[in-house]
Design a protein around this ligand. Structure first.
Ligand code: G3I
Length: 373
């Protein structure tokens, strides 16, 4: 406790030293949107004092980085693992946060048995629909009225805007998305329901997502918002792409959540502009240039980049309901291990010591400038 108090004092002093403004994102953005982070298990189990304090003082919404993915929560046909998700939800409730569920239907992190019958043969449409229904009823139903919004379907589109050929699509057909939304709505009629994807800022994929949302709505799906993951680079998406993307979904009458925000400052390891978890590239020293620390020029450029992005999010207050960072401090980020293992990445607002970076101040300034417009 003594450590926690002194760490809180240090953190707040660090925040105040950098800013003359109120130093909590959740307060600064009140009236704009919720601000949050994806939590790892140590953070919601109070085993990460540094991260936990940042989460409690800065954020008013949380997402589970991994514990509600199918392979984690439902590893075997007859076994659900609710211990970790229960703790995640309890953490959010204790801290009065908007709690997000991630994710019900994805092509990744799904055990092979999900798509097979008892003999190990491919399951048929009815069998898989039954399994999907049971999974959603059980998981969403358990947290009914407590988890406020669910990523119902994650990453169903290819880069060119066509439907990704997943086992869900191949076995059930295109209406697997509609069915997933129907089951989720049935399990918790008051929960917000989202379609979540990356690279939607690119025109072709955006067009595909617009069509997909239109089809979902036409089919009666209770879709509240699109989740733009926001795994951004320094030069991508352009501010124009970001703006046009939010506008496109605003025009469809749904909300927009920025769900997995980070900005990668490291050299591109691949030609592919993607956040596909399946991508893997061999380590090389030149791909890890800031192992000893981030040069100030890059630090400042990252701050400007974050400021520019938040200026767009603020412009669309009322449409943008939530901005969630994919991690708390730089040391927590998946980008330290993707697509190259063992890099030193700097994509978030808090450094490895839990101190706010210049990007934090830039984001705060964006809120202040946005509010006087
Ligand atoms: O839990 C096991 C552990 O038991 C094992 O010893 C260790 C060995 O590598 O792996 C651990 O699991 C890892 C898990 O993260 C928890 O750390 C998996 O290998 C690793 O693949 C997994 O990566 C996650 C990835 O999704 C795949 O589920 C990342 O943490 C997570 O940040 C990332 O998040 C995704 C979103 O869900 C969807 N959008 C893209 C985003 C970034 O890839």
């Amino acid at each position: 406790m003594a450590f926690k108090l002194s760490f809180t004092t240090l953190l707040m002093a660090g925040l105040a030293a950098h800013a003359q403004t109120p130093a909590a994102l959740k307060d600064v953005f009140k009236g704009y949107f919720h601000v949050g982070a994806a939590l790892n298990q140590a953070q919601f189990e109070d085993r990460d004092a540094r991260g936990g304090i940042i989460v409690r003082t800065q954020f008013d919404t949380i997402s589970p980085e991994n514990v509600l993915k199918w392979e984690s929560v439902h590893p075997r046909p007859d076994a659900y693992a609710f211990d970790a998700p229960d703790k995640y939800v309890a953490f959010g409730e204790k801290n009065h946060m908007f709690i997000v569920g991630h994710t019900l239907v994805w092509h990744s992190q799904v055990p092979a048995w999900v798509f097979q019958n008892a003999k190990g043969e491919p399951l048929d449409r009815d069998g898989l629909l039954q399994r999907l229904h049971d999974h959603i009823r059980t998981v969403v139903g358990r947290y009914k009225g407590r988890i406020g919004g669910w990523d119902v379907v994650n990453e169903a589109l290819n880069e060119d805007g066509t439907m990704r050929q997943t086992p869900w699509l191949k076995i059930i057909g295109e209406d697997y998305l509609l069915k997933a939304f129907e089951y989720a709505h049935e399990a918790d009629p008051k929960a917000e329901l989202y379609y979540n994807d990356y690279s939607v800022e690119n025109q072709a994929k955006r067009n595909g997502a617009v069509e997909l949302i239109k089809k979902l709505k036409a089919g009666g799906a209770a879709v509240t918002a699109i989740g733009l993951q926001g795994h951004d680079k320094m030069e991508w998406p352009t501010i124009e792409q970001q703006d046009a993307t939010i506008l496109a979904f605003q025009q469809l009458g749904i909300k927009v959540n920025i769900t997995e925000l980070d900005v990668d400052v490291l050299p591109a390891a691949s030609q592919q502009r993607t956040a596909d978890v399946g991508l893997s590239v061999e380590a090389h020293a030149k791909l890890n240039p800031y192992a000893g620390g981030l040069p100030d020029t890059v630090q400042q450029a990252l701050a400007r980049r974050y400021g520019d992005l938040f200026a767009v999010f603020c412009k669309y207050r009322g449409t943008v309901s939530r901005v969630t960072f994919w991690g708390v401090t730089d040391g927590d980020s998946w980008l330290n291990n993707w697509p190259v293992r063992g890099r030193t990445s700097y994509p978030l607002l808090f450094d490895r010591q839990g101190q706010p970076k210049p990007a934090f101040q830039a984001v705060i300034r964006a809120a202040r400038q946005g509010s006087v417009k």
